[in-house]
Design a protein around this ligand. Structure first.
Ligand SMILES: Cc1cc2nc3c(=O)[nH]c(=O)nc-3n(C[C@H](O)[C@H](O)[C@H](O)COP(=O)(O)OP(=O)(O)OC[C@H]3O[C@@H](n4cnc5c(N)ncnc54)[C@H](O)[C@@H]3O)c2cc1C
Length: 450
């Protein structure tokens, strides 16, 4: 007998769907390749220090999702209003950019160039990420604060990137803002786009822990990598090293190219489009420090091309329990292309070399002195960011459509839909998919007990 719903992938997307189905009495089986659940949204412990697998924040953009997650955590989170900053010209410049703050912190002549380029910038309708930054900020400001950083982060020509990657973050500078700031001073602490966010007590991974706590352990299968997916008359046959199982419906939350490669009903044309989709990977370097604090910011962005790091955050600024009172830590993100990531994931010396280079780079940025370093760790996050190029929009559409074509197969989450989505959006997707799956319920058979 087939059990009703298979969930492939135990990242946040798979876990939220499992939770929503379980709350409504719908049975599922969840398969996760690694020995831990949570995917990209976990908190790691190193002795008295804790660190997330990236600079995570929970954005308060969907009231129902925020309320649900707050209840899930039993209220054990707080709203943070800490600002981020861009490290440029040896100064912390506030991010999102505030005109008065920028002019106060950059060399006078560069500031004048920003103002000139901003006033005389082209105002056409942008077709790609690069043009969007140029029409928003003008040449010089865009180059120093957006384009350099983005080249490093994405590793592809910026005119090939989709607007999807930029519109949220780059919508902050206008002549009206300049005038408002000149009359009323810089924006107040909370009036900034990137500012307020929720953060769970004890680390972002508490969201994963809370999701898991309400789920039946016997339905969660860790160390259980999906190796093949076969379409059959009665549903889908899902293969893992532990055996094969039939399911009436499947939610796939693995990276989209992987799903396409495994699904026997996906035509070669769609598979080859999916293979062209590129992810950016990360090495996260965690540095523990013998000093109480580095900077009060939520995150620090590093645009300069001569530094391998793109972003740094200090976990303690999100939750004090992530470091001892008299010590602190930093997590630096170093983007990698496919080839370097493949080498780094399998070779300890390669990852250690990157770790050591990063520790030295952060010291050169003036964030600490070398003799304050207590220790450093590095870990690879594969498929961290979907690289949304203009070309990829059609490729992902075709790949998702081919996977979902037979019906009762659904792509879910950032990795499987190849979208630059955040947690609140993934939660919303999982809520909606749970609703759809519950509508199918009369056709769904009871779970087969092992
Ligand atoms: C550095 C960084 C910072 C971020 N910051 C934020 C932020 O501030 N706010 C925010 O909302 N979001 C943020 N995100 C995004 C957020 O982490 C992701 O959107 C979310 O975690 C994606 O969840 P997912 O379940 O879709 O994918 P994943 O987490 O990738 O889950 C996929 C799962 O599938 C498993 N898997 C892979 N292959 C197989 C297989 N063959 N069989 C079984 N299982 C398999 C993987 O092990 C993984 O657990 C950030 C991401 C990164 C990388």
């Amino acid at each position: 007998m087939s059990s009703p719903i298979a969930i492939l992938g135990g990242g946040i997307a798979g876990l939220v769907l499992a939770r929503r189905l379980h709350e409504r009495g719908v049975a599922f089986e969840l398969f996760e390749a690694s020995n831990e659940f949570g995917g990209m949204a976990r908190t790691l412990r190193y002795g008295a220090f804790g660190v997330d697998t990236g600079a995570h924040r929970f954005h308060d953009k969907d009231p129902e999702i925020t309320a649900w997650t707050g209840a899930l955590l039993d209220g054990a989170w707080h709203k943070s209003h800490k600002r981020s900053a861009i490290l440029k010209f040896g100064r912390f410049i506030e991010f999102p950019l505030s005109p008065v703050n920028v002019l106060r912190n950059v060399p006078f002549t560069r500031g004048m160039r920003y103002a000139w380029d901003f006033v005389f910038r082209s105002r056409g309708e942008p077709a790609n990420f690069r043009d969007h930054a140029l029409t928003r900020f003008g040449g010089a400001l865009a180059e120093d604060f957006v384009l350099q950083y983005s080249r490093k982060l994405w590793g592809v020509p910026l005119e090939t990137l989709s607007l999807e990657l930029g519109t949220g973050r780059l919508k902050n500078l206008s002549l009206a803002t300049v005038l408002k700031e000149m009359c009323f001073g810089e924006r107040k602490k909370h009036e900034h786009l990137d500012g307020s966010f929720y953060y769970p007590r004890g680390g972002y991974g508490r969201i994963t822990d809370a999701l898991l706590a309400g789920l039946p352990a016997e339905r969660l299968h860790a160390n259980c990598a999906i190796t093949a997916l076969v379409r059959a008359d009665s549903g889908y046959r899902v293969t893992t090293p532990q055996g094969e199982r039939m399911f009436a419906a499947v939610a796939g939350a693995l990276p989209l190219p992987k799903l396409c490669a495994m699904a026997d009903w996906v035509p070669e044309s769609a598979r080859s489009l999916a293979r062209k989709l590129k992810h950016r990977h990360l090495v996260n370097v965690f540095v523990m420090l013998n000093r109480p604090e580095v900077s009060p910011h939520a995150s620090l962005y590093v645009p300069d091309s001569d530094c391998l790091v793109t972003r740094v955050h200090e976990p303690k600024q999100r939750c004090p329990s992530l470091a001892p009172a008299d010590q602190t830590s930093l997590l630096a993100e170093v983007p990698l292309d496919d080839a370097t990531a493949a080498q780094t994931a399998t070779r300890v010396p390669a990852v250690n070399r990157l770790r050591d280079e990063t520790v030295a780079a952060l010291a050169r940025l003036g964030l600490y002195k070398k003799d304050e370093v207590l220790g450093a760790e590095a870990h690879v996050i594969s498929n961290a960011y979907p690289c949304i190029t203009l070309e990829s929009l059609e490729q992902r559409r075709a790949a998702v459509a081919a996977l979902e074509a037979p019906g009762a197969f659904y792509c879910l989450g950032r990795s499987a839909r190849f979208e630059y989505t955040h947690l609140h959006q993934i939660f919303r997707e999982a809520f909606e998919l749970a609703d759809r799956l519950c509508e199918r319920r009369p056709a769904v058979q009871p779970v087969a007990e092992a």
